[in-house]
Design a protein around this ligand. Structure first.
Ligand code: NAD
Length: 333
């Protein structure tokens, strides 16, 4: 019998606040007025302004973690959901994380209260009319994202930035339904957003240099390290990580080694904190399958073709840690 939770405690810290977050200044990021690298005319330049008010759409796993991170860093945050129950659940996750941090003495009670005062929920998109930056973190569905981008474009101030946290969909397709293509980009956080240090900033063929500079400064102000990726399926990290995980599934499927030995091999032989099957359970088998399909659609290279076993696991409803059924979790050995 394998323990229900095989993710090593030190890999996924229980603490959901970056150690350096308390030093973040209540924050304001200056838009860069330097558009010398921009392919756009002066009319299309982003005017110099300050990011203070941020909107996050979708209070699921990622949206709530992103909203928490941003409120902690000193920004005013409005978090939007489709119904009250999901909104309450997302806000409860955020406030619960702050209570836990205060309980452990990682932040003071006063800080937790201050963070809480900077976030509010809404069911009404019209409340985004004063936002400088909106981060979309809704379900991974292009039609839904395009509907949202079109609606937000009509509501947001002309100079506001609109970014997507998508893991696999083309950002330019979302930008195409707006009148602000140069102010649309990807801002890809990793799970859990308050802990993981990396942010991928995704530059489309239309994103202006000023937008990239602003997002770089914004990410840094959150205590994150940004990297810049082109708007291609998988960006940087998933383009490399997905074929690695798929290769591990193929090895196991073909009986070349047990999943335990493959995990041990990669942890002890390469110094990886988790083996590929532990990682698959943690990331989500369904999420990995959809990301692989999206990359394979753009690059029909066999390395990105999802193995049959992965499809069957997802068809069987084995999504990993998120629903307690995966390669290890919920499996009798
Ligand atoms: N889960 C991950 O590890 C991960 C990592 C990085 C990026 N992402 C990306 O982040 C996005 C969200 O993923 P998630 O795992 O948080 O999903 P999730 O299912 O946990 O949350 C999505 C939330 O969006 C809400 N929603 C849907 N349509 C909406 C709308 N029109 N307005 C407001 N809210 C709406 C849903 O009710 C749901 O609560 C996806 O694009 C995904 O690809 C996920």
């Amino acid at each position: 019998m394998v323990p229900a939770d095989v993710v090593p405690a030190d890999v996924v810290p229980a603490d959901v606040v970056p150690a350096d977050v308390t030093r973040q200044a209540a924050g304001a990021v200056q838009y860069s007025a330097d558009t010398t690298c921009s392919p756009y005319t002066s009319d299309e330049r982003i005017r110099s302004m300050t990011i203070k008010h941020v909107g996050v759409v979708g209070a699921g796993l990622m949206g709530s973690g992103i909203a928490q991170t941003i409120a902690q860093a000193g920004y005013d945050v409005v978090l939007m959901e489709v119904n009250q129950e999901l909104l309450d659940r997302g806000l409860a996750r955020v406030h619960g994380a702050w209570r836990m941090l205060a309980g452990k003495g990682k932040v003071t009670e006063a800080q937790a209260k201050e963070y809480g005062g900077r976030i509010r929920g809404t069911l009404n998109l019209q409340e985004f009319g004063d936002r400088d930056l909106v981060i979309e973190a809704i379900i991974e569905n292009m039609d839904e994202k395009k509907k949202l981008f079109s609606a937000l474009d009509a509501i947001l101030p002309a100079e506001a930035l609109l970014v997507s946290n998508t893991s696999s969909l083309p950002i330019i397709e979302m930008a195409s339904v707006t009148g602000r293509q140069e102010r649309v980009a990807g801002l890809h956080f990793f799970n859990p957003a308050p802990v993981m240090k990396l942010v991928e900033i995704v530059r489309t063929i239309a994103t202006s240099e000023a937008t990239i500079t602003t997002l770089r400064d914004f990410s840094t102000s959150l205590g994150k390290t940004p990297i810049i990726a082109k708007d291609t399926a998988g960006f940087v990290v998933n383009f490399l990580l997905i074929p690695y995980m798929l290769a591990a599934v193929r090895m196991y499927e073909n009986g070349l080694a047990t999943k335990e030995d493959i995990d041990t091999g990669m942890k002890l032989g390469c110094g990886y904190p988790m083996g590929p099957f532990e990682l698959l359970d943690y990331v989500g088998l369904d999420t990995t399958l959809y990301a692989a399909e999206a990359i394979y659609k753009e690059y029909p290279d066999p390395a990105y073709a999802p193995p049959t076993l992965l499809r069957r696991m997802v068809q069987a409803g084995r999504y990993g840690k998120k629903n307690g059924k995966g390669f290890y979790v919920g499996v009798e050995q």
